[in-house]
Design a protein around this ligand. Structure first.
Ligand SMILES: CC(C)(CNC(=O)c1ccc(Oc2ccccc2)cc1)c1ccc2c(N)nc(N)nc2n1
Length: 327
């Protein structure tokens, strides 16, 4: 086979493997068996081995990085990754709504999103190519964990359109993967992780991508840092556009016309969050229109146009029940 034929064959193998990946990880409807996927991947890796000059950074073979790093490189976030103010009850949600409505002329619509209990990360794409992934760190300086993030199957190595943008989201470990990992750790006499958030952070902040690749991590994207001249006018449009680009957003987000609808949404999840495949520690409520967000602006470290409603910690509830029982 000459180089031209190899290039064509490689492009077709990559396309097939990317499609299989999307079917398996995003649509949850694989069209081929794991065996067929592995055989196709082996064919790709062997052919790339014969024509290494044809290897591209977005090739599915490039997901699991090379040797372990000996340290993480620090990275600066051009747009800071801010934190959220908290509300712990309905009255504090209504206070947030009153303050927001006092700051803008017209009615406010909100977007509610589940607050995933994981590790906040930033993904940078240049001309559609995934070039860098980083932890939030202190909001302005994080750690470069690109090699580890490349092992998360739901992070596309190339977007469906060649945009340059920086997106934020939460990398997490599904409950089932967490339980399986802790069983394995206990079987090996290792210390288990206390919760899925620690397991996700521990998996992404260790230096060997081959370990991260085995941890079945996943991601939901929820925000945008930098986006070259994007014409979008609302947060909900941005979430829809991210999905179109092949970036996974959480399907439970909802546009609410007022704070009453927000409170209904929140109360629904207080009751049903146990049914989710992943842990959440609250609900994030955001003003939907970007022009209204701009008017409301920021405090020293958080937007005035967003708040996190925090669920009471699980342990606390269990503890209280025990006390009641023992009285
Ligand atoms: C709202 C925001 C704080 C992200 N937004 C930002 O970090 C952010 C950062 C600079 C911005 O603008 C600036 C640009 C330059 C300088 C200062 C601010 C705007 C938003 C946030 C934080 C945590 C979230 C979480 N755990 N789950 C969900 N679902 N959403 C979340 N959203």
């Amino acid at each position: 086979m000459n180089e031209a034929e190899a290039k064509q064959k490689l492009e077709s193998l990559r396309e097939q493997l990317d499609r299989y990946n999307y079917e398996y990880h995003v649509e949850d409807k694989p069209s081929v068996s794991d065996y067929e996927y592995d055989m196709k991947m082996r064919e790709l890796i062997e052919l790339e081995g014969k024509f290494p000059e044809l290897i591209t950074p977005d090739s599915p073979s490039q997901r699991v990085g090379g040797p372990p790093l000996d340290a993480f490189v620090k990275v600066q976030h051009n747009v800071p990754m801010l934190s959220l103010g908290n509300a712990f009850n309905e009255e504090e949600l209504r206070d947030f709504d009153r303050r927001a409505r006092g700051g803008v002329e017209e009615d406010i619509e909100y977007v509610c999103e589940l607050k995933i209990d994981g590790l906040a990360v930033s993904l940078t794409y240049e001309e559609g190519l995934f070039v860098r992934g980083a932890t939030r760190g202190d909001g302005t300086t994080g750690e470069d964990i690109t090699k580890n993030l490349r092992t998360i199957r739901n992070i596309p190595l190339r977007l469906k359109e060649n945009h340059s943008l920086e997106v934020r989201g939460e990398a997490y470990m599904p409950k089932k993967s967490f339980l399986a990992l802790n069983e394995e750790k206990e079987a090996n006499g290792d210390e288990p992780f206390a919760n899925p958030r620690n397991a996700a952070a521990g998996s992404l902040r260790q230096l060997d991508p081959k370990i991260a690749a085995k941890r079945n991590l996943d991601i939901f994207l929820y925000g945008v840092g930098e986006w070259e001249d994007s014409p979008l006018e609302s947060h909900s449009e941005r979430l829809e556009k991210l999905e179109e680009l092949g970036l996974k957003t959480n399907p439970e987000w909802k546009k609410c016309k007022d704070i009453e609808e927000v409170i209904d949404y929140v109360n629904g999840w207080v009751e049903h969050r146990m049914n989710l495949d992943y842990e959440i520690d609250g609900i994030v409520i955001k003003v939907d229109r970007l022009d209204q967000q701009d008017v409301l602006g920021f405090t020293a470290k958080s937007p005035r146009w967003a708040i996190a409603y925090k669920f009471p910690a699980e342990e606390a509830i269990t503890h209280l029940k025990d006390i009641e029982l023992s009285v």
